[in-house]
Design a binder for this molecule. Sequence first.
Ligand code: 6PG
Length: 250
Amino acid sequence: MSVDPLIFPDSDALARAAAVQLMELSAAAIAERGVFTLALSGGSTPKKLYTLLAHDPAFATFQWAKTQLFFGDERHVPPDHAESNYRMTKETLLSTGLVPDASVHRVFAELGDAAQAAAEYEAEIRRHFVGDARLDGVPRFDAILLGMGPDGHTASLFPGSAALQEETKWVVSNWVEKFKTDRITFTFPLLNAARTVLLLIAGADKAPMLKQVLGDTRGTYPVERVQPRDGVAVWMLDQAAAAELPSASA
Ligand code: 6PG
């Protein structure tokens, strides 16, 4: 996969660089269209980014009042559950009150039926992305944050899972065998309609997979299928995650 990743000394530098990217992307989107639509990623890597955006004076001018926040995936748990991506985002960013409640579109993952939660979330996205906010009819996020697991998954698109084959729906429930649970996730059609996808990948445990995905072997891992049709994917790595790449230097 021919990608020229941005490599940073450590996860703090990676988080700060991602925050700068989001500042620039949001300013441009708001200047052009009056709104910045952003889908957040879950897990642990983005915690430092969300904390910076919430508390660092360098990002105090972030235009949250003109930003609409969505979630690229969610675990099938209530919003106060330890595994909830919404809870993580609330603890790091939303609890500051910087983002108007009406601008936060969470997945109703407390619903017993994950497929219903996914369908309702897709309907919420459909309601919000109207007119020219679409690419060939697919909602076009200004920015989508993604991470990558050591197994090459992204969002909740895991190797061997059914959602990898989804070509029309934008949000689906996806059974994840390794965790014996459903997840709710954006699909590739939705991810690849975005203007910009920022892939934030940190930690030595990601190095072997990055060597495969970005190195000289062509795997068939889900994260390789993040290829915006009319947009850009920016791979942002820390040194530890990039350690097995040919040119691991920033
Ligand atoms: C999730 C994320 C998931 C995450 C990767 C990396 O819900 O967990 O969306 O795709 O980005 O698993 O997770 P870490 O950042 O914790 O390594």
